[in-house]
Design a protein around this ligand. Structure first.
Ligand code: ZN
Length: 469
């Protein structure tokens, strides 16, 4: 009788951040009925990829002793498209079945072959994880520097700390903090963003749209601005750190400043906003801008945002167009003519972007694999260490040690860079496949675009896609 064995891979990052991820996966395999002695696993670090457990599985499969390999779920098997392809070939040849605890069996002989939805999903997850790891590193940096988030309306930053703004609000007898509180009260009473702003404008001075002063001294004057303000954890006495590059995920930590709203009011505010959202009944997934963070305005360098499509009578949404956010907001940073769409729908832009990626992938395929140039600083350090060691003076020991440490750090960085560029090349190789993008959500696509493209310049409907090198 042939063996049924288990396999599982976790990244060391995940194992660290989620705690006992590996133990949980192993437990689920044991529960499925696989003896612990037949469960193989790997804890992968970002750079090295030794995968002893996986190699043991391959050996067993090759020796013909295995009938089935059980894996907790697809992305616990491999995240490398190349490795998956090789594995699949071997498994098919040896007549080995793959079973996923979470999503059933995978028929390796089906024509869907390599490009199953699963490999794509795993790929998107890989890219997303990397982005997340980067943003977590960003948080850590913020926290280390003890750099609280910028103050928002009602607060001010004094000596690096957020405190209630007791300064006088223009044309009133009240402080900013009190006026901010009034804004919350109005919202809780009126229960709509637009209505709140209307009511508030009748009572208090509002800065004109041309206002260019400190943003925390300006009362939110648009519905989006008001919503973001109400949702900001700073109002609840916390500090909200922005992640690297994008707005989510954010990290929230306890602050020391006076809260403007209580926890109960917070629940009420969320309830009102949720209720309003439900009434509009828009599926948020379909409205994500797949080019967010990549498409930029050629005129001002600012972000291109999507002009959300309106709903047609037949219930479908019209095309969404990319327009310069600055031009649209008329904040003086861009020319008014860039507020128009020029026929640049999201669809058109995505098509152009993908064509460019295919072109790039073909270019790379033609190239002889190039060796990365060695960082000149590394060469210089090695040389000078050699020279200093030759002098053999005990006074120089400390200098040499410092130089060695620096060399080690540089070499590590280079190694990470190499691995990252190899991953990118692999991803690019997959993009050529015509079915690659099928079934991906806008969020998945955005993750992959961000990985491969540094910027898409938009100039009145003309596009210039700049992929990473
Ligand atoms: Zn612009």
């Amino acid at each position: 009788m042939k063996l049924i064995i288990g396999y599982c891979r976790v990244s060391s990052n995940k194992q660290f951040s989620e705690g006992h991820a590996l133990e949980r996966y192993i437990e689920s395999l044991v529960r499925f009925g696989i003896p612990e002695s037949l469960i193989y696993f790997d804890v992968e670090s970002g750079v090295s990829d030794s995968r002893e457990g996986f190699n043991a599985v391959l050996d067993l499969v090759q020796s013909g002793q295995v009938s089935t390999v059980v894996i907790p779920n697809f992305d616990r098997l491999t995240r490398s498209p190349l490795q998956w392809e090789q594995t699949r070939e071997l498994f098919t040849k040896c007549g080995v079945q793959v079973k996923f605890l979470e999503d059933g069996e995978l028929d390796l002989t089906s024509p869907d072959g390599l490009f199953t939805g699963r490999i794509k999903a795993a790929l998107a997850a890989q890219v997303r994880d990397r982005i997340r790891a980067h943003s977590l590193a960003g948080h850590a940096k913020h926290r280390e520097r003890k750099e609280p988030y910028k103050p928002i309306f009602g607060y001010v930053k004094i000596d690096g700390a957020i405190v209630a703004n007791e300064g006088k609000y223009p044309r009133s007898r009240r402080s900013y903090f009190e006026v901010a509180r009034e804004l919350v009260d109005t919202f809780l009473e009126v229960r709509s963003l637009g209505g709140t702003l209307q009511t508030f404008k009748n009572k208090f001075y509002m800065h004109p749209p041309s206002y260019e002063g400190k943003i925390h001294l300006k009362c939110p004057s648009s519905t989006t601005g008001l919503k973001n303000w109400l949702l900001n954890a700073q109002l609840r006495g916390k500090l909200q750190y922005l992640s690297f590059g994008h707005k989510t995920p954010q990290m929230i930590v306890e602050g020391t400043h006076t809260p403007l709203i209580s926890e109960n009011e917070w629940i009420a505010i969320q309830g009102i906003l949720e209720g309003n959202k439900r009434r509009r009944a828009v599926n948020p997934g379909t409205l994500i801008n797949p080019l967010s963070g990549i498409a930029k305005c050629c005129c001002c360098g600012g972000a291109m945002s999507q002009r959300t499509g309106y709903k047609r009578i037949n219930g479908e949404y019209s095309d969404r167009f990319l327009v310069c956010r600055n031009a649209r907001n008329r904040n003086g940073h861009c020319k008014p003519e860039y507020a128009r769409g020029y026929g640049l729908s999201i669809e058109v832009a995505e098509r152009a972007l993908r064509e460019k990626l295919v072109e790039k992938a073909q270019e790379i395929a033609k190239l002889v694999p190039n060796v990365r140039a060695i960082n000149p600083e590394i060469v210089e350090l090695r040389e000078s260490i050699k020279i200093l060691e030759a002098i053999n003076d005990p006074d120089l020991v400390e200098v040499i040690e410092r130089k060695k440490t620096r060399l080690l750090l540089l070499q590590e960085t280079e190694e990470i860079k190499t691995v990252e560029s190899q991953e990118k090349t692999k991803l690019l190789e997959m993009v050529i496949h015509p079915g690659f993008w099928n079934g991906m959500t806008p969020g998945d696509r955005n993750a992959i675009y961000r990985e491969l493209v540094s910027v898409v310049w938009c100039d009145k409907g003309q596009l210039r896609v700049i992929p990473y090198n």
